[in-house]
Design a binder for this molecule. Structure first.
Ligand code: CP
Ligand code: NVA
Length: 301
């Protein structure tokens, strides 16, 4: 039976560790000389903009010998109202897998329900599981392990934050989140957290002794009309050098990108010695190959 990656809860702790390790092996050259996706076609349907996720998945598919077809809503009949359940069944008869970025998680789930091919979440308003998998690979690569990890999330309780909560619940590392009032993570996801996930009221409390400081834009895609209000509401929630100084001496500063320098993070910190932000972006290429390998069910040793 086909499997989907709709949230991190589709994976066990063992699955996540195996995907991270496989991403690291692929980075070191495993899969380099094989074309396991030869004759396979993977679709990418993106209802929102993307630089990293789209290009890294497309290159990953090409590197593995497959073909990628990129579609925006205006290229398809989805924008003209064709039901997802019809589109999903038709695309399933042409494609071997689908990478889907959209707004509502329910839309992604509806697509997965009606499709007979694996469906991978490339970001929804609710979560961004592939992002957090490549982030975890980057942490593991830099630190050597994920043991006793203390992660601080500072800023908007958005889709990436929700996936970090899922990851902390599955892997049991410590996650301390500082989000302004009114910008907390999804209440259902928060309601089901274990005691290793904590909410605090200031960025300073979250940053204290952290091994990772993570932030993201204050206005995610779809929230652009709230930008001005959010800049006011997030005053004091910037990741800057004085916050980094409170963290562990080997702290890793992370951001999924795109970033708004001068808002959620300073240019100094982004370009500074603690930043692993561009390694995170690079690792999407390897981690996405590991995801394709797992979900499209080929295995090359
Ligand atoms: N981090 C991330 O998903 O970036 P894109 O929106 O460019 O894909
Ligand atoms: N939270 C951001 C992540 C972009 C990769 C957004 O949804 O716009």
């Amino acid at each position: 039976m086909k499997k989907d990656l709709l949230t991190l809860w589709d994976l066990t702790k063992e699955d996540i560790v195996a995907i991270i390790k496989r991403g690291e092996e692929i980075k070191k050259g495993s899969l380099k000389s094989v074309k396991p996706l030869d004759g396979h076609t993977v679709g990418l349907v993106f209802d929102k903009s993307s630089t990293r996720t789209r290009v890294s998945f497309e290159v990953a598919i090409h590197k593995l010998g497959g073909s990628a077809i990129f579609l925006t809503p205006s290229d398809t009949q989805i924008a003209r109202g064709e039901p997802i359940k019809d589109t999903a069944r038709v695309l399933s008869s042409y494609l071997d897998g689908l990478i889907y970025r959209t707004y509502a998680q329910e839309q992604l789930e509806e697509f997965a329900r009606w499709s007979s091919i694996p469906v991978i979440n490339a970001l929804t308003d609710l979560c961004h599981p592939c992002q957090v998998l490549s982030d975890l690979m980057t942490v593991d690569e830099n630190r050597g392990n994920l043991d006793s990890l203390m992660v601080a999330w500072i800023g908007d309780g958005n889709n990436v934050a929700n996936s970090w909560i899922n990851a902390a619940n599955i892997l049991k590392f410590n996650l301390t989140m500082a989000c302004p009032e009114g910008y907390l993570p999804n209440p259902d996801i928060l309601a089901n957290t274990s005691s290793n996930v904590k909410l605090v009221s200031t960025p300073q409390e979250a940053a204290a002794n952290a091994n990772v400081i993570y932030t993201d834009v204050w206005a995610s895609m779809g929230k652009e009309d709230e930008s001005e209000q959010r800049i006011e509401d997030f005053n004091g929630w910037q990741v800057n050098q004085s916050l980094i100084d409170l963290a562990d001496k080997d702290v890793m500063v992370m951001h999924c990108l795109p970033a708004h320098r001068g808002e959620e993070i300073t240019d100094e910190v982004m370009e500074g010695p603690k930043s692993i932000i561009f390694a995170q972006a690079e690792n999407k290429l390897y981690l996405h190959q590991a995801i394709l390998e797992k979900y499209l069910k080929f295995k090359v040793t």
